[in-house]
Design a protein around this ligand. Structure first.
Ligand SMILES: CC(C)(COP(=O)(O)OP(=O)(O)OC[C@H]1O[C@@H](n2cnc3c(N)ncnc32)[C@H](O)[C@@H]1OP(=O)(O)O)[C@@H](O)C(=O)NCCC(=O)NCCS
Length: 231
């Protein structure tokens, strides 16, 4: 078993880079539940993204745990967060990108969003975000508004995913302040025990990471195609 208590490893896959011949290998890794989920998708691109995601999660985590990818048995909490004994991880997918974040034992959450998605930012922010976030978005120029909105969105998602309670945590009960690389959460819970990192990894994708700990550990990022290559 590989120990990464003081690190976060981020694995990034672009589905467009996966060859059709690889997809066949991926299907062999699935559990019977996953095969049922796969078969329920109506469109090929969704089926393929599901296969790539499962292959990324299974092969990568099995490598850390020193076991066969197919043998992994995931548990899920009552809010749907999957987990495994011995390692902490979280997953996010959006148009064109799949991201898997792994660390030793601390809670971790990851979210990625496609910056080209069509959203009515200001209305959603007014309705669901905390007031300071809404005012900050509103104060932005038309051109910066969507980006600011998506920054808050990915951060908020990364946090609720790290906690593992999904949208049962009201999104207006906590808010973020971003000053360059410094990101602070404001919440009635213990704000100091959470660290955040946000990166725009290409023209289209934003990634936010939430980590429960007094300091953000080193983050290593790998671009990967499951069972083919890791860069
Ligand atoms: C899971 C959730 C928190 C985020 O989902 P999402 O942003 O749509 O999707 P992502 O791709 O980022 O994450 C999905 C993955 O997170 C994991 N996940 C599922 N439930 C989770 C939970 N409660 N906590 C953490 N991770 C969870 C799963 O691995 C899932 O992928 P899988 O089904 O392929 O295994 C979900 O509660 C949700 O539906 N959010 C709605 C999004 C929204 O409206 N946000 C408002 C703006 S902040």
């Amino acid at each position: 078993m590989i120990n990464i208590d003081n690190e976060i490893h981020l694995y990034i896959t672009k589905p467009e880079e996966v060859e059709t011949s690889d997809l066949r290998k991926y299907k062999d890794l699935l559990s019977s539940d996953e095969i049922e989920r796969h078969d329920r998708f109506k469109f090929d691109n969704l089926k393929n993204n599901f296969l790539i995601t499962r292959a990324l999660v299974r092969t990568t985590l099995a490598n850390y745990l020193g076991c066969d990818p197919k043998s992994l048995k995931f548990e899920t909490n009552s809010y749907g967060k999957p987990s495994l004994r011995g390692i902490s991880f979280n997953l996010s997918h959006t148009d064109g990108l799949i991201v898997l974040a792994i660390t030793g034992s601390k809670k971790i959450g990851v979210d990625t969003e496609n910056l080209n998605r069509n959203i009515t930012d200001i209305d959603i922010a007014k309705r669901y975000f905390a007031e300071p976030e809404y005012h900050e978005i509103k104060a932005c120029s038309e051109i910066d508004r969507k980006y600011k909105f998506l920054e808050f969105w990915t951060l908020k998602e990364s946090y609720i995913k790290a906690v593992g309670k999904g949208l049962s945590i009201p999104l207006d009960k906590f808010y973020f302040k971003i000053k360059g690389d410094e990101i602070k959460i404001h919440t009635k819970e213990d704000s100091l025990s959470w660290q955040f990192k946000m990166s725009k990894i290409n023209d289209s994708h934003l990634i936010a990471l939430a980590f429960e700990g007094a300091e953000m550990p080193d983050i290593r990022t790998y671009q990967t195609i499951p069972m083919v290559k890791i860069l």
